[in-house]
Design a protein around this ligand. Structure first.
Ligand code: GMT
Length: 375
């Protein structure tokens, strides 16, 4: 098939998922056309079946806000017509679903029928999409999608609660490439981070409020009082300056490393003992899944779809949002007992296998076939 993928090209989970999906589809022989304003971060190697179309947004003195949506719709139209796309798959409803709707109408006038699939990822529904400034457009464009998917049962339910959706929303979970996120022995790397055999805790995010990164530091502070440990903070975002201040105030600078945005996430995962994800909300928690694939047990909140991924007592532990003391107690319990840690590491890998890329990508392909037949 000739598939157009529209996503945010940045480090966020929706862009990562969309890019990995496009790469997997290309490996299976489909022609994949990415349509974004920047090269997606994980689209970092040549592939004969992958094309990248950059959305150009011309500026003009009249525009306080250059009309990105119009530029995106026009680029979609151009790619649909010139690359003979069979369908569009847009990731993150805002503004991709409404721009796809517009592109579909435009090519329809020229006799081309191109269905579009909208995948809901999380904050496009639970945070931004709900905002009354966007809600009518989000609701309309989801309903106009030829198929809708959500990345967890929780997100599916949240979407039905927040919007008047008249269509079926199919759950297709996030996935992980177990070959890539395979735990490897990187003793030299581990030695560089934890030279005295300290335990390594890890957090990966975009440092937004919804991630509750201050909770990560508070949990680490409690753990550090009990045993020698290091904390790796991967990613970057608006809360990072606050977190840096917090580390200084708590005199934890020697034990906390900010490693910024990392492309070789699998290496960082391979040297870690525990993954912390105390989010206020998480539709799925792709980073937690990647940690589990690397045999890193997860201590997370029980918000949103996290209980569908992180199984309490098997792959890690769940705690109520903000329960820093509970999370720290679980961390100390695990890090002080090698047998328990080993059992959870095994459980984490077993659970990750359920979400193996080879189980999930065919679900998207089957959906594409159904949508194409109906169009
Ligand atoms: O986590 C973020 O803030 C990024 C966000 C995105 O849309 O890029 O991630 C969302 O989509 C991921 C992929 O489907 C999910 O695994 C994340 O749980 C979800 N984030 C939230 O719901 C907060």
């Amino acid at each position: 098939m000739r598939i157009g993928i529209v996503c945010y090209p940045t480090y966020g989970g929706s862009g990562v998922l969309a890019t990995e999906l496009g790469k997997a589809l290309a490996d299976k022989g489909h022609m994949v056309h990415f349509i974004t304003y920047q090269q997606p971060v994980r689209l970092n190697a040549f592939h004969a079946n992958i094309y990248y179309h950059e959305v150009q947004v011309p500026t003009y003195p009249l525009f306080d806000f250059p009309p990105y949506e119009s530029a995106l719709s026009s680029t979609m139209v151009d790619v649909i017509l010139n690359q003979h796309l069979d369908l569009l798959h847009v990731h993150y409803a805002i503004p991709h679903a409404s721009t796809a709707y517009l592109a579909k109408q435009i090519v329809g006038k020229q006799g081309r029928v191109v269905p579009f699939i909208t995948t809901l990822h999380g904050t496009d529904i639970t945070l931004v999409g709900k905002d009354k400034t966007y809600a009518p457009v989000v609701s309309f464009s989801i309903n106009e999608s030829d198929a809708i998917t959500a990345v967890s049962n929780n997100l599916r339910e949240e979407t039905y609660k927040s919007f008047q959706i008249e269509k079926d929303i199919e759950v297709i979970y996030n996935f992980v490439d177990l070959e890539r996120f395979k735990r490897r022995d990187l003793a030299h790397f581990r030695q560089a981070i934890a030279p005295n055999g300290e335990k390594i805790l890890l957090h990966v995010s975009n440092f937004r409020k919804v991630k509750r990164v201050p909770d990560v530091v508070k949990v680490f502070q409690r753990v550090r009082q009990q045993l020698p440990a290091k904390l790796l903070l991967v990613g970057d975002g608006p809360d990072r300056p606050t977190i840096e201040c917090m580390c200084r105030e708590l005199h934890l600078c020697d034990d906390i490393r900010f490693v910024g945005k990392q492309e070789q996430l699998e290496d960082v995962m391979s040297i870690s003992d525990l993954f912390l994800l105390p989010s206020e909300y998480e539709s799925f928690g792709l980073a937690a899944l990647e940690a589990m694939a690397s045999q890193v047990p997860v201590l997370s909140s029980n918000a949103g779809g996290l209980p569908e991924v992180n199984i309490h007592g098997k792959t890690g532990f769940l705690s109520p949002v903000g329960d820093v003391a509970g999370m720290a107690a679980h961390a100390v319990e695990l890090l002080s007992d090698e047998n328990k840690l080993a059992a959870l590491r095994k459980g984490a890998l077993e659970q990750a296998q359920r979400f193996h890329i080879s189980n999930i990508v065919p679900q998207y392909e089957a959906l594409y076939e159904r949508v194409r037949e109906k169009a």
